[in-house]
Design a binder for this molecule. Structure first.
Ligand code: GLU
Length: 419
């Protein structure tokens, strides 16, 4: 298989949208390059007294429409090309839902499952200090991503505040509620995925009650998506985590599975026991016969190797970049509808935006209000993407990029090139 470079994947999608929009290369040349890339080393004293040096990154792809915005990933496969791609996806994600942010992303090469809480906190604090010159509520606002959570955001906020000499809540989002976190933020990405799944199923005249769905990944996004889709009446026939998947043709007991996983962060699906379930690999899970497939893990899961075997009618991309550009074409030929990541998983950053607005204005909103605003934004963005895709007879990903690329390019044009 060809080596996969996610940033090249982003560039090809952007170039395609820009040419459909009638832009000439100089209109969009600047957005092909991240504005800033910072690589840092993070020395940490481990619990056994040894010193280990971790490598970390923060990339700002664009600040044209507002401060850079995007998560911090702690994962052993993090690399600069991945972080660049994730940063660019954030730019287009914020643009498609029209919130006033650019895009950024960060990452540290580490395996959080092998670290104690103290080691994780030390990595977080030293990483925050290392990227300190780049971040701030008006410059660049990190948030959780794969391998990070509200606790990590709390330590980042504290480190940044200590270095400034006063509390700065708006420097990160996805914080603990006690530190100004938004109600509903931890469920927001999965909630947005659920709204998007309902929207696309309704357009395809499929009733969600009893309809089969498969969810890959049981991190924050996958587990909340599975929970909310199950609550909508969908039959979740398979879910997976790093250890593999479990399958039941009549539907899994999602609340019981989520209870089991929540009991201990070391619990894995391969050790989950229930009557009639079958253990399957992640590859088998992706290729199951299902109506809805929700990849909620990492990039490059559906690619030219396995796209021809996908049997789902519709894919809602809860992860960033789970379907490659080559796979997109194969799926399109098979008539499989793909709702792109920049739209489907934007719920997280939308509620991050609410959190940031609350922090900088010192106000707080109720969870019902936040969930309703989130629904309105997700539904409107979905309808706009649907309309342009129907009008031009293009896949939804292209439609989403037509809207997003236009907003980013026009913001650049309106600003002009400095000096
Ligand atoms: N990491 C999330 C994403 O990929 C959320 C980013 C944010 O809230 O800034 O969209």
């Amino acid at each position: 298989m060809k080596t996969y470079n996610p940033y090249n994947n982003v560039l090809r999608v952007v170039e395609q949208a820009a040419s459909i929009l009638g832009y000439v290369p100089s209109d969009y040349e600047a957005i092909k390059y991240p504005e800033r890339e910072l690589k840092v080393s993070i020395p940490v004293e481990m619990d056994d007294g040894t010193v280990r040096v971790f490598e970390g990154f923060r990339v700002q792809h664009s600040t044209s429409r507002g401060p850079a915005k995007g998560g911090i990933r702690f994962h052993h496969d993090v690399n600069i090309e991945e972080v660049k791609a994730l940063a660019a996806w954030m730019t287009f994600k914020c643009a498609v839902v029209n919130i006033p942010f650019g895009g950024g992303k960060g990452g540290v090469i580490c395996d959080p499952s092998q670290l104690s809480e103290k080691e994780l906190r030390s990595i977080t604090r030293r990483f925050t200090a290392a990227i300190f010159p780049l971040i701030g509520p008006e410059q660049d606002i990190p948030a959780p991503d794969v391998g990070t959570n509200a606790a990590v955001m709390g330590w980042m906020m504290d480190t940044f505040s200590m270095m400034n000499g006063h509390s700065v809540t708006g420097v990160v989002t996805g914080k603990p509620i006690e530190l100004g976190g938004a109600l509903g933020r931890s469920e927001a990405t999965g909630r947005g995925v659920m709204f998007t799944a309902k929207n696309i199923l309704h357009k395809m005249n499929i009733c969600e009650k009893g309809t089969a769905a498969v969810v890959q990944g049981m991190g924050n996004v996958g587990s909340v998506s599975a929970k909310l889709l199950h609550q909508c009446g969908m039959k979740i026939i398979a879910v997976s985590d790093v250890s593999g998947g479990i399958y039941h043709k009549d539907g899994l007991d999602i609340p019981d599975i989520l209870d089991y996983l929540a009991k201990d962060r070391k619990n894995l699906l391969k050790d989950y026991k229930a009557n009639g379930i079958q253990y399957i690999t992640n590859q088998e899970l992706l290729e199951l016969d299902t109506t809805l497939l929700v990849p909620a893990a990492l990039e490059n899961q559906i690619n030219e190797e396995n796209a021809a075997n996908i049997k789902a009618k519709v894919i809602v991309e809860a992860a960033n970049g789970p379907v490659t550009i080559e796979a997109d074409e194969i799926l399109r030929q098979k008539g499989i509808v793909v709702v792109p990541d920049i739209l489907a998983n934007a719920g997280g950053v939308v509620v991050s935006y609410f959190e940031w607005v609350q922090n900088i204005q010192s106000v707080s909103w109720t969870e019902d209000y936040i969930n309703q605003q989130l629904k309105d934004i997700m539904d409107n963005a979905f309808q706009s993407v649907w309309n342009i895709s129907e009008e031009k007879q293009l896949p939804l990903r292209t439609g989403a990029y037509l809207i997003a690329v236009k907003r980013v390019v026009e913001s650049k044009k309106a600003r002009g090139i400095w000096p």
